[in-house]
Design a protein around this ligand. Structure first.
Ligand code: HEC
Length: 123
């Protein structure tokens, strides 16, 4: 019941999504407040095909950063994303926020899954 009320408050924007503050302080400088990206430099998160297809890789991208050519929605990007220090709860929260706000999917991820996925990252 409490969970349901919290879910509704979240859905209707009465309380802020816990991933939003993480996003604003750790991601928005590059990816933009609305996930729009920066020209040909920083890829968007808004409706980003690769983020939807490879959602489970995001914990590793956050942990280890990302390098090399990357095609997002048909546009080629090639700037580094540096590793970002977030704990597993912050990572799960920011990913759920992105999923809902920018990728428009109902994908959810828990901190335990983040930990499991990060064990398998290529260093
Ligand atoms: C220093 C700027 C910078 C910051 C801060 C940053 N990113 Fe990125 N991000 C990039 C760049 C540049 C790429 C493309 C990397 C490449 O070309 O290999 C990228 C790629 C991505 C991608 C895959 C491509 C896409 O558009 O879907 C995801 C998902 C992503 N970032 C999520 C995040 C999240 C979540 C955060 C915050 C926790 C974050 N980024 C913080 C610069 C940044």
């Amino acid at each position: 019941m409490v969970g349901l009320i919290a879910y509704n408050l979240l859905t209707f924007g009465v309380i802020e999504h816990p991933g939003k503050t993480v996003y604003i302080s750790h991601c928005a400088d590059c990816h933009g407040n609305s996930g729009e990206g920066v020209r040909q430099l920083i890829p968007p998160l808004l409706n980003a095909d690769i983020a939807i297809e490879k959602f489970d890789s995001i914990p590793c991208w956050i942990k280890n950063g990302m390098n090399g050519e990357l095609i997002v929605n048909g546009v080629t990007y090639n700037q580094p994303m540096y590793p970002i220090k977030l704990n597993d709860v912050q990572t799960a929260n920011v990913m759920s926020y992105i999923a809902k706000e920018f990728l428009k999917t109902d994908k959810q991820i828990k901190s335990e899954q983040v930990r499991e996925l990060q064990k398998q990252c290529r260093e």
